[in-house]
Write a protein that binds this ligand. Structure first.
Ligand SMILES: [Fe+2]
Ligand SMILES: [Fe+2]
Length: 342
């Protein structure tokens, strides 16, 4: 059930999960950190329980599959001068990548950790209600993976355009690299912190598409369904981070503080390789594809996106006092997550 048994390979030995090594004698939940469940109306409000299946209609083929304002390459002159069908396909391929990212994030990463929380094998002492709520998140995330795969299949069938996807999304590759570059004892902690940052970042990435009425309704509705659920997950994992922090020893805290900026970066950084490969597929040569990526994703634009999107997540880490640790504030600043050194 966790990364130490082989990244992204299921482990049957959950009861021997090495994550329990994180805290051999878990401390009780600190006073003042009592858990207030954000799932009180989950049975009446969660998408998996109450939202209808979102279905593409016959007229949707003529609408945008994703918001053009959010697909930077679609606005580049080298792309704009291509035949009209390419613009439509650029938006469609962006939707495919987004849905693939979402489904794999949910079932390959988040739900592995959430299952461990529910099972009690993540090495963190939690209130019973928090372990129970993890099962609700597990259901939510499974449904997010399902509606993402469902919508991708519908879009493919309606458009007749096959998805062009990387073998592995960028965030999975980076997460594995960060784990492999970490001391063995902290590798399970890397995945746990990645889930905390992704669950507190994702709601900020879901805000814009639902209001763009040029986008097909089913896409907007799926993203809105997801955003509503992720609001609850955000609150849960903000609490989880405080409780985890209270139970880590000084070395583990130091490691967590140092690895958090890279994990935020891994989640937020656009999949440049996938975009380059897509552009080559439209007939651009390697230099032209590189030019498009460099011009639509200049460093200052990427850093501004990071800083605004990660604002809340960075605040949570700031609240734990991580910025005062040697080199940590500088690392947050180096990756563009805060303005200047903290
Ligand atoms: Fe989700
Ligand atoms: Fe979530």
């Amino acid at each position: 059930m966790c990364g130490t048994a082989g990244m992204f390979v299921g482990c049957a030995a959950v009861s021997f999960c090495p994550r329990t090594l994180l805290a051999p004698k878990p401390a009780p939940v600190p006073e003042g950190d009592e858990y207030r469940s954000p799932f009180g109306s989950w049975y009446e409000r969660s998408s998996v329980r109450v939202a209808p299946r979102r279905v593409l209609g016959d007229g949707d083929g003529a609408r945008h599959f994703f918001s053009p304002d959010m697909v930077a390459v679609a606005r580049h002159p080298l792309v704009e001068r291509m035949p009209p069908g390419v613009f439509r396909e650029v938006l469609l391929q962006h939707l495919y990548r987004y849905l693939d990212f979402t489904a794999k994030l949910e079932y390959l990463v988040v739900n592995r950790t959430v299952a461990g929380i529910a099972h009690g094998s993540v090495g963190v002492e939690l209130p019973e209600e928090m372990r129970f709520d993890a099962l609700k998140i597990y259901c939510d995330e499974a449904y997010h993976a399902l509606f993402s795969a469902d919508l991708a299949r519908q879009a493919r069938d309606l458009s007749g355009v096959a998805p062009v996807l990387p073998a592995e999304p960028f965030f999975l590759r980076r997460l594995r690299e960060i784990q492999e570059g970490s001391p063995q004892e902290f590798r399970p902690l890397v995945e746990l912190v990645f889930v905390i940052v992704s669950e507190t970042l994702i709601s900020a990435t879901l805000a814009d598409v639902p209001v763009d009425e040029t986008v097909v309704p089913a896409v907007r509705e799926v993203i809105r369904d997801h955003a509503v659920d992720e609001g609850r997950h955000h609150a849960y994992f903000a609490s989880f981070l405080r409780i985890l922090w209270g139970q880590l020893d000084e070395r583990a805290r130091d490691f967590t503080a140092r690895v958090a900026p890279s994990l935020i970066d891994a989640f937020l950084r656009p999949d440049f390789d996938a975009v380059r490969a897509e552009l080559r597929g439209y007939g651009l040569d390697a230099d032209e594809a590189e030019q498009v990526v460099a011009e639509v994703y200049p460093d200052e634009v990427v850093r501004e996106f990071f800083r605004t999107t990660a604002h809340q997540t960075v605040r949570y880490f700031h609240g734990l006092g991580v910025m005062g640790r040697p080199g940590v504030g500088e690392e947050f600043a180096r990756l563009g997550l805060v303005d200047g050194a903290v």
